[in-house]
Design a protein around this ligand. Structure first.
Ligand code: AVI
Length: 330
C-alpha cells in the first residue's frame, strides 16, 4: 500500500492564490438589471476596477474623509488590547485587501501564522499580498480572489497550527450594505470564523450631517471622479456610450435612514446604450450607486447578535467618530 503523503505546509513568505471569481457576465447582468429598474441603481462593488481602486486610495488620503485615518489611529492605539482579544496562533482572514496600512498594524500586533486576504480586485490582491509577504517574511500569505459578499467556503490550509480564525473587515465597508444585507453578510463571516472564532470590524458611527456631506463630496472632487468612473468602466468593459460629462456626482446624508447616499444625476434628457440596449434618462433622474450606512455602537452590536456573534469589545477614538468592534462567534 502506498504511504499517505501529508499535505505540504505553505512556505512562509510564499504567496499562493486561489481564484473563485464569478464570471464576467455578472457585471453586465447587474448593470442591465439595475438600469432597467424604475429607480435605476448599480451595486457599489463595481466601483473597484483598477482605476476605481486608485481613486478610492486617493479618497482615503483626503482631509474630509476622516474614516481611514481615524480607524488607523484606533488600531494603532489599541493594538495591544486587540492582540489580547484575538489570542495566539490566529488565522487572520481579511475581506478586502486594499487596507494595507491597517493590515500591517494588525499583523504586527497579533502575529498570525497565516494571513488569508479575500478580494475581488485581483491586481490589488496580488500586489498587497506580495508586499505583506516581503514585509513579514515569517508569514504565510494565501490570497483568495473572490467576491466576499457571496457565501464562500475557504479551503482548509494544512500544516499551519491554528487555534482560532479571525475575520477582519475594516473601513466600514459593511455600511455599503443595507442592514438586512449586513446581517446576511455577518452570518457568512460567522460561518467563515466558525464557533469560537472572532470578528474585528470597523464601523463608522452616527454623527453630524455636516461631516458626512463633506466626506462624501470633497472639495477636490475625488469622490465625484470615483463615482463617475463607474460610467467610464461601463463604457470600457460593456460597450457603453455614456457621455460621462452629462452626469454629475451627488452625495448626501439622510439622517432618517442613517445613511449617506451617492447617486449619478443626469444633467439633461438623454439616453445611453449598454451592450446594445438603450436606457433613457430624464433631467435630474439618478442612478443610485452607493449607500453608506452609519450605526451607533448599540445598533451595530444588535446586528452582530442577530448574526450569531457576541459583542465583546468596542474600541473608538476620542471624538467618537468611528468604532472598531470585537465580536466572538457563539
Ligand atoms: C468602501 N466604503 C466603506 C467607502 C464608504 O465610505 O462608504 C466607499 C466610499 N464611497 C465614497 N467615498 C468612499
Amino acid at each position: 500500500m502506498k504511504p499517505e503523503v501529508a499535505p505540504r505546509p505553505p512556505e512562509p513568505g510564499v504567496v499562493r492564490f486561489y481564484d473563485f471569481l464569478p464570471p464576467k457576465e455578472t457585471f453586465l447582468d447587474d448593470v442591465l438589471a439595475g438600469l432597467s429598474l424604475p429607480r435605476k441603481s448599480i451595486p457599489p462593488k463595481y466601483f473597484y476596477d483598477e482605476q476605481g481602486c486608485r481613486l478610492f486610495e486617493a479618497i482615503c488620503e483626503l482631509p474630509e474623509y476622516y474614516l481611514t485615518r481615524t480607524e488607523m489611529g484606533i488600531l494603532n492605539d489599541c493594538a495591544a488590547e486587540i492582540a489580547q482579544f484575538v489570542g495566539p496562533d490566529a488565522q487572520l482572514i481579511e475581506f478586502g485587501s486594499g487596507a494595507q496600512a491597517k493590515t500591517r498594524v494588525l499583523i504586527e500586533a497579533i502575529q498570525p501564522p497565516l494571513y488569508v486576504p479575500v478580494d475581488i480586485a485581483g491586481e490589488t490582491l496580488r500586489s498587497s499580498s506580495e508586499d505583506l509577504a516581503r514585509l513579514f517574511p515569517w508569514l504565510n500569505v494565501i490570497g483568495i480572489c473572490a467576491d466576499y459578499s457571496r457565501p464562500l467556503v475557504l479551503p482548509e490550509f494544512a500544516g499551519v497550527p491554528i487555534r482560532r480564525k479571525v475575520v477582519f473587515f475594516p473601513g466600514s465597508t459593511v455600511g455599503n450594505l443595507t442592514p438586512a444585507e449586513a446581517v446576511a453578510f455577518l452570518k457568512h463571516a460567522r460561518n467563515t470564523a466558525g464557533s469560537g472564532g472572532a470578528l474585528i470590524i470597523g464601523v463608522d458611527l452616527k454623527k453630524d450631517k455636516g461631516l458626512f456631506d463633506a466626506a462624501y463630496d470633497d472639495a477636490k472632487g475625488v469622490t465625484a471622479q470615483f463615482n463617475l468612473n463607474l460610467l467610464h468602466r461601463i463604457n470600457r468593459e460593456l460597450k457603453g456610450d455614456f457621455q460621462v460629462n452629462r452626469f454629475r456626482h451627488k452625495a448626501f446624508y439622510d439622517p432618517t435612514l442613517g445613511r449617506v447616499e451617492m447617486h449619478l444625476e443626469s444633467l439633461y434628457s438623454q439616453f445611453a446604450h449598454v451592450a446594445g440596449r438603450r436606457f433613457d434618462f430624464a433631467p435630474g433622474e439618478t442612478i443610485h450607486t452607493e449607500i453608506s450606512c452609519k450605526y451607533s455602537i448599540a445598533e451595530f452590536q444588535e446586528l452582530g447578535k442577530r448574526a450569531g456573534f457576541s459583542p465583546e469589545m468596542i474600541w473608538t477614538d476620542s471624538r467618537q467618530l468611528f468604532g472598531v468592534h470585537g465580536m466572538v462567534a457563539t
